[in-house]
Structures are given as structure tokens and as C-alpha cells.
Design a protein around this ligand. Structure first.
Ligand SMILES: CC(C)(COP(=O)(O)OP(=O)(O)OC[C@H]1O[C@@H](n2cnc3c(N)ncnc32)[C@H](O)[C@@H]1OP(=O)(O)O)[C@@H](O)C(=O)NCCC(=O)NCCS
Length: 177
């Protein structure tokens, strides 16, 4: 992420774990970040309270501008990233990538061999984010259709492709800025 001095209009967001009191701000941010699916407010409250160790919130002066929700997949050493949302006013400064990097360096993700996420074919920004992230950590990426339009969504939603990124070990990760 560029330093503050690179662009005086964009202060460096602070990254932290969420708390339940962030729930409404997270819910509003996700709503403002099309084409993300909108969640119930209750879903975001549960994420912020029960899954805070694998979620990242970014704020500038108390204003929530970024969000990553994730969880360790039960019974597998894999981190699933559910949603990444960056406010239009904080896009293009590397915040999405910085939040993913912050997340995989957490103790809670130490046991993860892979990061997984699903992306619809038409979400160019999301493909660019995850491919760029993988490139930045020197990781291999694979993809395959997973939740399919007809089999899983009864035609109501485009196919979600599962993207799998092999994560470097802690020693190699420590060398990634
Ligand atoms: C996708 C999103 C999170 C990217 O956030 P961001 O902080 O602007 O992304 P970054 O600045 O970290 O950029 C990461 C990479 O994605 C690329 N990128 C970002 N937005 C892009 C866009 N709209 N189209 C094409 N590439 C894009 C950047 O150029 C960068 O590429 P690089 O690694 O080759 O340099 C943000 O645009 C967003 O919230 N979109 C709406 C919600 C969404 O689709 N979320 C992702 C699905 S979960």
C-alpha cells in the first residue's frame, strides 16, 4: 500500500479486528459495494463477534472503509474468504490486498495451507484482487466452478468459481511486505 506521502488526500486506513458495535457500519459498507450479496445485519453481527479473528475491518478516523469476512473451514486447514468490500472512496490504494495480507498473517490463520474464495466470472475487480494478491505472495492459484447456476442456485445467481491460493509457510510470509 502506498505511504501517506504518496497521496495526501488518502490517509492510511487502520486495520483491526471487528467488534459487534461495528455491525451496522459493516452492513452498510457491504450494501454500498455492488455486486456483493447483501447480508442480514444479524449475519454481520455474528461475523464481527464470533469470527472476529478471521475478519478484518479498515477505518480512517472512525469511518469504516474496508471489510473482509472469513473463517477457517471446519475440519480443514483452509481459510475461506467470504466477502471483500472497499468503500469507493478508498479504492485503488491497495487496501483490498493489504487486508488480505493482514488476515493471512494472523495467528488464527497460522494453520491454513490454502486461502479459498469464490468469484463470479464477471467480477473483474475481484479476479484482479485475488490474482494480484497471489502474485504478491508468490503463490500458485487454481480455479474451478463450485456453486453452480443451476445445480445450486436454481438459475437465480451466476456460477461461483472456487479460487484456491496455496499459502506460503510462516517464514516465507514474514518476508512479504
Ligand atoms: C474488489 C475490491 C475489494 C478491490 O479493492 P481495492 O482496495 O480497490 O483493490 P486494490 O487497490 O488492493 O487492488 C488490487 C488489484 O486489483 C486491481 N483492481 C482493483 N479494482 C479493479 C477493477 N475495478 N477492475 C480491474 N482491476 C481492479 C488493482 O489494479 C490491483 O491489481 P494489481 O495487483 O495488478 O496491481 C473493491 O473494488 C470492491 O469493494 N468492489 C466491490 C465488491 C467486490 O466485488 N468485492 C470482491 C468480491 S468478494
Amino acid at each position: 500500500m502506498p505511504k501517506d506521502s504518496d497521496d495526501p488526500r488518502t490517509p492510511m486506513p487502520r486495520l483491526r479486528k471487528p467488534v459487534a458495535a461495528d455491525g451496522v457500519a459493516i452492513w452498510e459498507l457491504v450494501k454500498a459495494c455492488k455486486p456483493l450479496d447483501e447480508n442480514s445485519l444479524y449475519c454481520n453481527l455474528i461475523q464481527a463477534e464470533h469470527f472476529r479473528d478471521t475478519c478484518v475491518l479498515a477505518e480512517i478516523g472512525g469511518d469504516v472503509v474496508g471489510w473482509v469476512s472469513g473463517h477457517m473451514i471446519p475440519g480443514r486447514g483452509e481459510l475461506f474468504v467470504w466477502q471483500v468490500a472497499v468503500s469507493p472512496k478508498a479504492r485503488g490504494i491497495g487496501l483490498g490486498r493489504a487486508m488480505l495480507l493482514d488476515l493471512i498473517k494472523r495467528d488464527a490463520c497460522g494453520g491454513a495451507t490454502h486461502l479459498k474464495t469464490t468469484i463470479t466470472r464477471d467480477n473483474a475487480a475481484s479476479w484482479a484482487l485475488f490474482r494480484g494478491f497471489a502474485r504478491g505472495i508468490g503463490a500458485a492459484v487454481s480455479e474451478a466452478p463450485h456453486f453452480e447456476r443451476d445445480a445450486h442456485f436454481e438459475g437465480r445467481h451466476d456460477t461461483e468459481h472456487m479460487v484456491t491460493i496455496a499459502l506460503p509457510d510462516a517464514k516465507a510470509l514474514a518476508r512479504v511486505a
